[in-house]
Design a protein around this ligand. Sequence first.
Ligand code: GCB
Length: 632
Amino acid sequence: MRAAAASLSFLLCTALLLCSEPGAQAQPTGFDAATPAPSQVDPLIQHVGGRQTTDLGGGWPAIIDPYENGYYNYRYEPTPAGYFVNRQPQDPDDLIEYDFAASEPLEVPGDWNSQRPELFLYEGTVWYGKTFDYALPEERRLFVHVGAANYEARAYLNGAPLGVHVGGFTPFNLEVTDRVRATGNFLAFKVDNARRRDGVPTVNTDWWNYGGLTRPVRLVEVPATFVRDYALHLDPAAPDILAGWVQLDGADARQTVTVRIPDAEFAHTVETDADGYAAFRVAAPDLRRWSPEDPHRYAVVVEAETDRVADTMGFRTLTTRGADLLLNGVPVFLRGISIHEEALGGGRAYTRAQARTLLGWAKDLGCNFVRLAHYPHNEAMVREAEAMGLLVWAEIPVYWTILWGHAEVYALARQQLREMVARDRNRAAVALWSVANETPRSEARLAFLTGLIDEARRLDPTRLITAATEVTFEGRTLVLDDPLGDHLDVIGVNEYLGWYGDTPVAEIAAFRIQSTFDKPLVVSEFGAGAKYGLRGDAGTIWTEDYQAALYRQQIALLREVDVLRGMSPWILMDFRSPRRPLPGIQDFWNRKGLLSERGQRKLAFGVLQAFYGALARQDAGDNSRQGSSATR
Ligand code: GCB
């Protein structure tokens, strides 16, 4: 029997990459935790949605630049010149071979692939240019905030470089206080989505490489000294304690700051130090707990002397005890589904409405949990998940065959982890930070990932850490023994019994899963491809019947696993992937969705829905019998 391989796909890519890139093996191993990240940006501003913002969305004139002509063939001295300057001929003989004003616009936010046929498969540079006016009052500061740009973004204001951000799924902001003019500003972005072997992710992924300014671009105006960041959460070890900190930014660093939760009649005041920082721990025993059954969120106000930010937050604890996951002290089973950030019909999703559609389907399935694979999704997804009562697995794109031995690659992964945590650390919905997906075992990989795990714990001691780990096969037993598991709180594993490998679907339930860890297990993927509407017998792949049979068998297998505390099958909806060309069936869609790319339900949707319904009824019964509830 061929090993039923969760890992088959990436073993192939490992082999391909190592063959095609001989230099990759000669690189030094180990990494330097102090290596700076490649981005040059300002520290992130917490909860931009709660600030005074100006949306720069709309049509941005764009120049497609596959040869990077606007970047390399132009000069900075004596006068800056390049596509980052909005030049117009001044004399009849001025030779300028580009013109933003006459260039077709691309919608921002939005991936470029979905907007023009010639950009569908494009990988390279596009220049975006936007003119705007902004009368910034004295004593105020202004930032350009970008929700995400895939993959590298170089920003320029009025012809001068502003900053660089590398990494396609996390936000960044750049201060323009001293540069912005009352009228006629020209903001340019060179966005490049070329895949890179030393990138995070690397060159091979099973999703579409959507390029562009894919998430909102905004101007954020704040006072001279402002509340840059804050964190607030229940202490998992002492759940009646509310712990947190605030960070001011500006010259007037020493201030009195009050954190208020008006509906809970809670207020706590602290004094910030010379760096604008203050931490606190204070008793807050009566806070209503957030849970999927009661996703209660409070209005929270962080009020300094010079600034005030209003947010919405839930409060809960999530801990482990042996193999149990405890939400507010009560055992919970994660009824999940994996989701890509793909819009109905294709394209990168970014709106609240799209988030509600995707997450609404997860609710219809009976989920209390979503795995937002394989990169940080847009902020609306996480905020809507919190509002709708869905726990979240959030992940950075450390996927398959990253160049482990490289300090710069590590620094880039660490930067994306920091940005993900910085943006979402106040969301009660976020249960798990995932540091990696299906990464083949090696010493260099273990060093890299344990570095990230330590960093995640340092950044956010209140969250559980996971990763989709590797299994080994002993006959018909899948043994969970990846050394990475020693460092995780929750073991994730992807297994494709019945799909990759030659295990007949009818034999899946004859397998066993055995864990060497006394920790909760979440089966983070299983699945099978099915073309919506294609019916047949349960032994014929690509049919809905095969996929449904596989789900039945997988459920039979998984319900026997003693350490299983959750699952997030692969995947909610079909998604675009260049790795899936089979004509008539895939047509560049990964067909493992329970829904087609148009949102039509396949048979397996009902199979999982019935299982989750039964589990939810059983959990509700258990809780009421115990006389306990996940909420207070
Ligand atoms: C996996 C990967 C996921 C792929 C999936 C598949 O193991 O984690 O990104 O899309 O398998 O469909 O092969």
